[in-house]
Design a protein around this ligand. Structure first.
Ligand SMILES: Cc1ncc(COP(=O)(O)O)c(C=O)c1O
Length: 348
């Protein structure tokens, strides 16, 4: 693979103790171009601006998909990833839904590994430190016809990260706005899914909440996702989450949490979760935990749930499921425990 390195790294100018999420980028990026019906070999070059014509289709029709994954460093300085194959499969599923070409597996992994080795100094050891990896694909050809592009760019950029959310979050159950609908693109990591969340999330923020719990678009009676995370509810000793469908992203963390919870003997149910059931449990003091799951924060605990004009505060527990499961996932990610599932992926 062709690799053009920066003359001088900017790493010395970065304050690793103060890293707002997604604000600092490493020295290099991967680029892979699609033209005339095929992908050309990926290459690595210094992180820099892209040159696209204003007519590039991505600007007009939002043909853009992405992934979010992380690399971790253990105390011996070895680099690991967590279930990257799932991200590869998912970006191609997203691409197919947006009529974009699928990327060959070897290009995804070769370029990812080469980039991570090059950026090794940016991956700091220690739990909570990681390198957030953002692979994405855009339609780049200059043509404003409302039809699928003929040229695309697959790009990978990286951003050093500490944990995403500081502390617990207050979430509000959506009653009017929706994130996804049946037959739509909710299951895909399509850029437009995120743009459409900003306005309702801003409204929730004005009311003192940090995130929205999205409900099904038809009835608003079923709880589906929280912000950009999957969501779990603990009623009594039971852990409940909604099944994935074409409205819900099939989160890598969600399925890892389910597996670990089951193996720890926690009673798990994967089934539609009714708003009424959760409110009733909260009113009876039986709603013990609510947490979101996603690559950025692994598990993000909820302190309070807002519904209509009421706010339901959740208790603070010792030995809560969220902390037990989060710790077990961290130990696998940072190579501090056995990995019976084969989730850890070594970058040698
Ligand atoms: C809408 C949405 N749901 C859930 C998730 C969690 O997915 P994962 O655990 O694969 O990061 C994400 C992404 O992080 C997301 O964007």
């Amino acid at each position: 693979m062709k690799i053009t390195k920066v003359e001088t790294s900017k790493i010395d100018k970065v304050d690793f103790s103060n890293l707002p999420f997604g604000s600092v980028f490493t020295d290099h990026m991967v680029i892979c171009d699609y033209k005339n019906g095929q992908w050309s070999e990926p290459y690595i070059k210094p992180y820099s601006e892209l040159t696209l014509q204003p007519s590039a289709r991505v600007f007009h029709y939002g043909q853009a998909v992405f992934e979010g994954m992380k690399a971790y460093k253990d105390s011996d300085g070895k680099i690991w990833m967590f279930r990257p194959e799932d991200n590869f499969i998912r970006i191609n599923k997203s691409a197919a839904r947006l009529a974009m070409p699928e990327l060959p597996k070897e290009y995804f992994f070769q370029s990812l590994e080469a980039l991570l080795k090059l950026e090794s100094d940016w991956i700091k050891p220690g739990k909570g430190n990681s390198l957030y990896i953002r692979p994405f694909m855009i339609a780049s050809d200059p043509m404003i016809a409302a039809s699928p592009g003929e040229e695309y760019k697959f790009i990978i950029i990286c951003s050093p990260a500490q944990s995403y959310y500081a502390g617990k979050v207050k979430v509000m159950i959506a009653q009017k706005y929706s994130r996804a609908a049946d037959g739509g693109v909710g299951f895909a990591k399509a850029a437009g899914n995120y743009a459409s969340q900003f306005y309702p999330t801003n409204l929730a923020k004005q009311k003192g909440f940090q995130q929205v719990i999205w409900t099904d678009a038809n009835t608003h009676q079923f709880l589906e996702e929280a912000g950009t995370m999957n969501i779990f509810f603990r009623i009594g000793d039971k852990l409940i989450t909604a099944p994935t469908n074409d409205r819900i992203l099939d989160g890598v963390t969600r399925k890892s949490v389910l597996q670990i919870a089951q193996d720890k003997g926690i009673d798990c149910e994967v089934r539609p979760v009714k708003v009424a059931e959760i409110i009733e449990a909260a009113e009876n003091n039986n709603l013990l935990e609510v947490f979101g799951t996603g690559t950025a924060a692994v598990i993000s605990e909820v302190s309070a749930v807002g519904f209509k004009d009421k706010v339901y505060d959740l208790p603070t527990l010792d030995n809560d499921y969220a902390s037990i499961i989060k710790n077990a996932i961290f130990e696998i990610q940072y190579n501090e425990a056995d990995d019976p599932y084969g989730w850890r992926y070594a970058v040698d």
